[in-house]
Design a protein. Structure first.
Length: 193
């Protein structure tokens, strides 16, 4: 029998570093193609802020993955942030599917190496975590996150994508998730004089 080892995502919890997080739905299924699941993700993002885990600077919820740019609060580990976000959405989705769409559950079935069957909302592994150490890195990632729906052909303008902070940055209206602007370093720090 082949040995199974899950590749561990390296995380660097360096005080003062912002992070760009990306995590995907199980088997890259478009589990965020419904408004209810997008709202669950928005509620999870807001809950993380309400618990004092981070300042949210940018996000986009794509049909099969999520990108987030955030600034963790002092002594908060990225693993805690991911647990808060991912478990909340996963639990709500599985409860909803058990009650309303049991036929769909088979698409989320995952047979563990030990033979145990479970149901997954998220792809195995920790996703992608990149430390953002410069102001230029932060703004580049915010732009990348906001332009994701345009690159994927889902909209022609970033601010037209409902499940993104681009509209909040464009209009100043924080809906559906508040953006914390006052902790974001000013862009003037990267403009050459």
């Amino acid at each position: 029998m082949a040995s199974y080892q899950r590749k561990q995502c390296k995380r660097y919890d360096i005080e003062g570093d912002a992070h760009c997080l990306t995590f995907s739905c199980f088997r890259r299924l478009p589990l965020f193609s419904r408004e209810r699941s997008c709202l669950w993700m928005c509620e999870a993002l807001k809950s993380g802020q309400d618990r004092g885990l981070y300042d949210l600077w940018a996000y986009v919820i794509m049909p099969e993955h999520v990108h987030i740019v955030l600034f963790p609060h002092s002594e908060v580990k990225i693993s805690r942030i991911l647990t808060t976000l991912k478990q909340s959405v996963s639990k709500r989705a599985l409860i909803w599917l058990n009650a309303n769409a049991t036929d769909f559950l088979s698409q989320l079935a995952d047979i563990q190496p030990n033979g145990k069957k479970s149901y997954r909302f998220w792809q195995r592994g920790g996703g992608y975590d990149r430390n953002l150490r410069t102001v230029a890195d932060i703004y580049e990632k915010i732009q990348y996150v906001h332009n994701n729906p345009v690159r994927k052909g889902l909209t022609s303008r970033p601010e037209d994508w409902q499940w993104s902070s681009s509209r909040a940055w464009e209009s100043g209206i924080d809906s559906p998730v508040p953006i914390i602007r006052d902790t974001l370093p000013p862009i003037t720090e990267i403009v050459p004089k």
